[in-house]
Ligand binder design. Structure first.
Ligand SMILES: C[S@@+](CC[C@H](N)C(=O)[O-])C[C@H]1O[C@@H](n2cnc3c(N)ncnc32)[C@H](O)[C@@H]1O
Length: 246
């Protein structure tokens, strides 16, 4: 996968060289480039922003540097790929969007700043993505979040210390509780079933606890989830158990 990011703060992307993402780049699984669109300004002072027509506080990113930086991406990569604008007005980012983006061979992100973008910049864009209902100072952190969640889904990205298969949201449910050694720590015991070696029982316990966690913490996820007969039975048990504990 090739990833280009258009930003005026390229140094903010230093964390992308660490941890899993760093290894993924080192191994050549992702060709990661940050392009400072200030380098593409044609004005004497290398300004990337200007005042807002019609008045109003703050400054807006001008179209010219971003259009020219995008032309540079196209010239070097052969295409722009899927062009993602980080913007509070965009589609809310979630695991499904990450799964969709992980299918692409080329992603280009545009990170905004100041009051945001001149509206014409949106003509370059295929997707607008928001991290949530809050306002960040810039699109860099948003781009890094989207890139991290997407890249970890690529085949071979996680190595053998992690797996995305049972992650929360991948299955449509939150992940079940997990434990590592020791079997007892400060009086807190690992559930017996996990030490039993009985794979079918462990599988069923995990499914039930996954359903329980989702039911208790994110019942909204269950509204769009197709329960199997077994899952429905387990959920009924969970509801009965929670009534007993009330
Ligand atoms: C200060 S914000 C501009 C906010 C804009 N005036 C508005 O009200 O929508 C500057 C930049 O940060 C990024 N940003 C801010 N909040 C974001 C969010 N929730 N999701 C994604 N990007 C965001 C965008 O790139 C945005 O252009």
């Amino acid at each position: 996968m090739r990833i280009d990011v258009l930003s005026i703060f390229p140094k903010m992307f230093a964390p992308m060289r660490e941890s899993i993402m760093g290894k993924v780049i080192e191994r050549g699984l992702v060709d990661f480039n940050v392009i400072d669109f200030r380098d593409f300004t044609t004005n004497k002072h290398h300004n990337v922003d200007d005042v807002i027509y019609g008045g109003g506080q703050g400054m807006l990113l001008m179209p010219q540097p971003i259009f020219d930086a995008m032309a540079h991406v196209e010239a070097t990569a052969g295409d722009r790929g899927r062009v993602i604008l980080l913007d509070p007005a965009g589609r809310k980012f979630d695991q499904h969007v990450a799964e969709e983006l992980a299918q692409e061979s080329h992603l280009t992100f545009i990170a905004g700043h100041y009051e945001g973008y001149d509206e014409r910049i949106r003509s370059l864009v295929t997707d607008e993505i928001s991290l949530g209902d809050f306002v960040l100072t810039g699109g860099e952190l948003g781009a890094m979040v989207v890139i991290d969640a997407t890249v970890r889904l690529l085949d071979e990205a996680l190595g053998d210390k992690m797996s995305a298969v049972d992650d929360s949201f991948s299955t449509g449910l939150l992940e079940y509780p997990q434990y590592t050694r020791p079997a007892e720590f400060r009086g807190m015991k690992v559930p017996d079933v996990l030490l039993s070696g009985h794979h079918a029982h462990i599988k069923s316990w995990r499914l039930k606890e996954s359903l329980r966690r989702t039911y208790e913490r994110r019942p909204d996820l269950l509204e769009n989830y197709q329960l199997s007969a077994e899952e429905q039975k387990l959920l009924n048990e969970i509801k009965a158990e929670s009534q007993l504990n009330e």
